[in-house]
Write a protein that binds this ligand. Structure first.
Ligand SMILES: *[C@@H]1O[C@H](CO)[C@@H](O)[C@H](O)[C@H]1NC(C)=O
Ligand SMILES: *[C@@H]1O[C@H](CO)[C@@H](O)[C@H](O)[C@H]1NC(C)=O
Ligand SMILES: *[C@@H]1O[C@H](CO)[C@@H](O)[C@H](O)[C@H]1NC(C)=O
Ligand SMILES: *[C@@H]1O[C@H](CO)[C@@H](O)[C@H](O)[C@H]1NC(C)=O
Ligand SMILES: *[C@@H]1O[C@H](CO)[C@@H](O)[C@H](O)[C@H]1NC(C)=O
Length: 442
């Protein structure tokens, strides 16, 4: 009897073991395929007159042992559509995001070989890693209960909020912006001879600041900044060190603040405090976008700027953008250059949610690109966002400033001059078109 039993057990083992192995193999393969698919986004409809950059088919290298890749992989497994199906609703996922980012961070940093790898990172990177899982910082100064500086009597939803990355010391830049392109209140769009329709919108403004190292500065700026905020109501400052790698925190914390305070504001401009923006043209342009068919749907993922596609991380050691390959491997997703970018308020709220499932990345505009990819959305390129200045031939043209929505690298004095010039040539240049997007054939 015992032998008989044994034979049956062996037979069962013989049949079942390969079967189980096969099953395991298929599950593994399915999970892997779905993870790879997650990294690839489908190409949205080609918008008229706009070049869409080529989307990289791979994003970060999934199998790489680079630090950031491993961190993100740990999170991605949790959001795998096969392992975790529709039964989890969105808010459950986002709720899970916070603790998951934290958990994966500690798991990965505590792996033996990773400790050694981290010790070999350049000092600035090590400093970054030591704080990269933290993304809640106290607000030190904020506009009084509202969504930034505003006009006294607004009788419509704000049209656009200018959210400008600044730093404690750039007082002159802020002052120049307040007097020029960043003026709050009702702003009229620019009419031309064939289009006499009056369009306009309410503009609001907020400056995003971290903190200067007070030992290094030898002074405490907080009195001055508080006075600035009492006067203008447009300072939003958090208690973190205002360094290049910490700029990503400004995006993440801004989205959260925006979601709480800015209700249905239609658009956000997010940019630096050394750019010139042609606000009237921008307002007209955005009104045109809103008139397009399906605008309601496209606004869900509307982002426009100087889009950089297929970029590789900078591996030159002395660049401020340097990212060693032990930290990140792969190409960057398409992203809009951080000098200045415009997106819809709806997208800002979606970015706020999705950012809870992406590990912070030291280059701010790349991080925004990563979040966009997670939303399966693509930034739209427009050549009138000149994040690298005019070509020298165009500079002399008196109407040059009318052809752009944004130009990068303009000091406070230049801003004031350009603004006066824009007003002076207002009628003369009203029919000058924006820099025409080049339509690339697929
Ligand atoms: C989604 O999940 C959250 C948190 O688990 C829960 O409070 C909420 O009721 C759920 N909503 C739906 C529609 O299932
Ligand atoms: C993050 O995880 C660590 C270790 O697991 C834990 O000690 C810490 O309290 C967590 N922090 C948050 C904010 O969840
Ligand atoms: C700067 O001044 C503010 C208020 O006066 C104070 O709360 C803060 O601690 C000071 N900061 C430093 C680094 O001394
Ligand atoms: C970012 O800010 C935090 C909080 O002030 C600081 O501890 C950290 O070192 C900063 N990170 C970098 C890379 O400067
Ligand atoms: C005038 O503006 C409208 C949209 O605001 C545009 O479609 C049209 O091409 C412009 N005409 C000229 C002559 O610039």
């Amino acid at each position: 009897m015992a032998r008989y039993c044994c034979r049956w057990r062996n037979l069962l083992l013989c049949v079942c073991t390969p079967f189980c192995c096969l099953l395991l193999f298929f599950t593994y393969a399915a999970v892997n395929i779905s993870i790879s698919l997650n990294g690839v986004s489908s190409r949205p409809e080609r918008a008229e007159n706009v070049i869409l950059p080529v989307i990289p088919t791979t994003f970060w290298e999934h199998h790489s042992s680079a630090f950031w890749n491993q961190l993100q992989r740990a999170v991605d497994y949790h959001f795998n559509p096969i392992l975790y199906s529709e039964s989890r609703n969105r808010s459950a996922i986002v709720h899970l995001g916070d603790s998951l980012l934290n958990k994966s961070f500690f798991e990965v940093t505590n792996m033996g070989h990773m400790k050694k790898k981290l010790e070999e990172l350049p000092p600035a990177m090590q400093k970054y890693v030591s704080h990269m899982q933290r993304r809640s910082y106290p607000v030190l100064i904020q506009p009084d209960g509202a969504c930034g500086a505003k006009a006294r009597r607004e009788d419509q939803t704000p049209f656009i909020l200018f959210a400008i990355k600044s730093s404690e010391l750039n007082i002159k830049n802020r002052q120049a912006i307040r007097q020029t392109w960043g003026q709050v209140g009702w702003v009229q769009g620019q009419k031309n001879s064939s289009n006499k329709e009056e369009v306009g919108g309410y503009v609001r403004r907020v400056f995003l600041l971290g903190k200067e190292d007070s030992h290094f500065l030898g002074a405490n700026m907080s009195h001055l900044l508080n006075a600035e905020n009492r006067r203008y109501g447009d300072i939003l400052q958090w208690d973190f060190e205002d360094t290049f790698f910490n700029l990503t925190l400004k995006d993440v914390l801004f989205w959260s603040w925006f979601s709480r305070n800015c209700g249905r504001t239609l658009f956000v401009f997010k940019g630096d405090d050394d750019v010139f923006v042609n606000t009237p043209k921008l307002i007209s342009y955005l009104h045109e976008e809103l008139k397009k068919p399906h605008a309601h749907a496209t606004m869900k993922e509307f982002m426009i700027g100087d889009v950089i596609g297929d970029a590789m991380p900078i591996r030159a050691k002395y660049s401020k953008y340097f990212v060693p390959d032990s930290f990140y491997k792969g190409i960057y997703p398409s992203y809009a250059g951080g000098g200045g970018v415009v997106y819809s308020g709806h997208l800002a709220r979606r970015l706020h949610h999705i950012s809870k499932t992406v590990h912070l990345y030291p280059i701010d505009d790349v991080f925004v690109g990563m979040c966009m990819l997670r939303l399966n959305a693509l930034p739209i390129h427009h050549p009138s966002f000149l994040t690298f200045d005019f070509p020298s031939t165009i500079k002399e043209d008196p109407c040059a400033d009318h052809t752009v929505l944004l130009v990068h690298k303009r000091g406070p004095e230049q801003l004031v001059e350009m603004w006066a010039e824009l007003k002076r040539t207002w009628t003369q240049c009203r029919d000058v078109p924006l820099w025409a997007p080049v339509i690339k054939k697929p």
